[in-house]
Design a protein around this ligand. Structure first.
Ligand code: AMP
Length: 553
């Protein structure tokens, strides 16, 4: 027997209509490349989106066609977020930090028909353009000459000065957006988000145990709009009528802090690297920026160190909430929040708890597997995390490499190595390709990095496994000191030895000015492994290392 309720499609126009009808006077704020601030009410932004949709249609964009963007976070990018899926086309956000040849591969693979490019990114586009074929190039500029062959965004919109676009429902199963994985191994893989997945992800993000965005929030997504739909925040924020503040290309700590302070931002989101920089700036100038409106910042994309979570709260009153997710998961999979039972544990244990990836959000199911099968939720058995849910990828878009990431019963293999506690709390110990196996035993690079970043003189740290003649691999740490700090390897070894079994302590350290990062701000461990590959090649076979058998651990 079928239910007798209305079958309203879960499609992006539903989100846009609500912002248009209920919150036409709430604002979208953008920092332009020249640092000036632009403000527009949702009513205008959505009217412009409607015009963009009509103009794209007039250019020949048909249902299912891919429309790419090469852009920072700002109002016009948001207009494309609303317009392109609402007209039945697919918004393909391009990662502007990728190499031109990678961008060309992705544009070719997705068969993008039209591309919208920021004026400040035109030099990048000029490197990509000769390698691809797209029908129309639209430049989003704030003045100056339109390059030959390009269409000016504002001219395009005023050419379609017609407010008849209706934002009608779409088939919820159709594709709304696409994003390619960062692809540190193999070719980047395309993830094709359906309207339904994005809308359900939006509802989940509003839950109090998730991101819990409300109308009165002022949301600053530092996470780029080219990275998994800025974690869905442009849609989530519009749906509840919260103010959006977009930082444009100015992502340095001082610019972000100024924006947070002057716009009275209540909530922000970004990767740990950004927040480490912000914490350092705040510590260097306490009281300089007014963050009294901030109620929380969501940090994810890599593990935020416990010391950072503690530092923000204790020294600056800012709550850091961790989220774990993936491009393949739209992206939010888990959120770290204290539960009622944690009220009674000591404060330092609460921070320890918050440094874990946390509990799966409502709608996402989890399990972990090792070679011997599914693992118990005992908080110690380590294996690969598998997930299932309505906003989790079912298959990649036209994959070129063999895909082994789906189980026979349709779960997605995340590639993250975890333990799951009896209460369902996830702890990420490593990415499977980054695990360190010393003398046959796993060493968690994430745990070591978190501890190193808790040292007063360490700004950032990465730990990788390097080939070792006796133990097959040994941990090696690459450290960025805080400005003026002089800490050396012996002190850091002693620091770690107080916290971990002796055989976990890295055999050696390198000190560098900065860690290599991927286009989405994660440490590029493959590059570190390549750079230091032979570091232990000549190590004494007896070795100073103490894997468990020797250490009796
Ligand atoms: P991406 O698809 O680029 O967003 O990368 C997803 C990967 O980032 C995950 O599979 C994890 O390895 C890592 N990641 C994301 N969030 C976290 C987190 N909170 N803690 C640890 N790793 C994370």
């Amino acid at each position: 027997m079928l239910g007798l309720m209305q079958e309203v499609p879960l499609s992006i126009p539903m989100l846009v209509r609500r912002a248009r009808d209920l919150f036409p006077d709430k604002h979208v704020v953008s920092r332009r490349p020249d640092r000036s601030i632009g403000r527009a009410p949702y009513g205008d932004v959505i009217a412009r989106s409607g015009r963009l949709a009509l103009a794209l249609r007039a250019l020949g964009v048909a249902e299912g066609d891919r429309v790419a963007t090469l852009a920072w976070n700002h109002q016009r990018h948001l207009e494309a977020y609303f317009a392109v899926p609402s007209m039945g086309a697919v918004l393909h956000t391009l990662n502007l930090r990728l190499h031109p040849t990678d961008l060309a591969y992705i544009i070719g693979h997705a068969e993008d028909q039209v591309i919208l490019v920021d004026q400040v990114l035109w030099p990048l586009w000029e490197k990509v353009a000769p390698l691809v074929r797209v029908k129309h190039v639209i430049i989003m500029s704030d003045g100056g000459e339109t390059p030959p062959g390009a269409i000016d965004y504002e001219a395009l919109l005023s050419g379609s000065a017609d407010d008849t676009f209706q934002f009608d429902d779409r088939d919820e199963r159709t594709a709304a957006a696409m994003c390619y994985t960062s692809g540190t191994t193999g070719r980047p893989k395309g993830v094709l988000y359906s309207h339904r997945a994005i809308v359900l992800h939006t509802f989940m993000s509003l839950a109090s145990d998730s991101a819990a965005i409300v109308e009165r929030d002022v949301m600053l997504p530092v996470v780029p709009m080219f990275h998994v739909n800025a974690w869905g925040f442009p849609y989530t924020t519009a749906f509840v009528g919260a103010t959006q503040v977009h930082p444009g290309p100015h992502l340095d700590p001082a610019s972000l802090l100024e924006l947070m302070s002057t716009e009275r931002v209540t909530m922000a989101a970004g990767v740990p690297t950004i927040w480490l920089g912000i914490l350092q700036a705040l510590d260097a100038a306490p009281g300089h920026w007014d963050l009294s409106a901030m109620r929380m910042t969501l940090v994810g994309g890599a593990a935020p160190p416990e010391s950072m979570i503690r530092g923000f709260k204790q020294r600056h009153g800012v709550v850091v909430q961790q989220g774990w997710g993936m491009t393949e998961m739209s992206p939010i999979g888990s959120v770290s929040r204290l539960q009622r039972k944690h009220d009674d544990i000591p404060e330092h244990e609460q921070y320890h708890q918050l440094a874990k990836a946390g509990y799966p959000v409502p709608g996402v199911e989890i399990r972990a597997r090792s070679e011997s099968g599914l693992l118990p939720w005992d908080g110690t058995s380590m294996g690969e995390l598998e997930v299932r849910g309505p906003w989790v990828v079912r298959e990649y878009y036209r994959p070129e490499d063999p895909i082994t990431q789906f189980t026979d019963d349709g779960w997605f293999r995340t590639g993250d190595i975890v333990t799951i506690a009896p209460d369902g709390c996830i702890t990420i110990t490593d990415r499977s390709k980054d695990v360190i196996k010393s003398g046959g035993e796993w060493v968690s690079s994430v745990a070591l990095e978190g501890a190193l970043m808790g040292h007063a003189e360490v700004f950032e740290a990465a730990v990788v496994g390097l080939p070792h003649p006796r133990w097959s691999e040994r941990p090696f740490a690459v450290v960025v000191r805080k400005p003026g700090a002089l800490v050396e390897a012996p002190a850091l070894k002693a620091w770690l030895a107080e916290r971990f079994a002796s055989w976990w302590v890295p055999d050696d350290f390198a000190f560098v000015d900065a860690l290599p990062k991927t286009g989405t701000g994660k440490v590029q461990k493959s590059q570190l492994r390549d750079t230091y590959r032979d570091r232990f090649a000549g190590a004494d076979e007896a070795g100073a290392a103490h894997p468990p058998a020797e250490a009796g651990a």
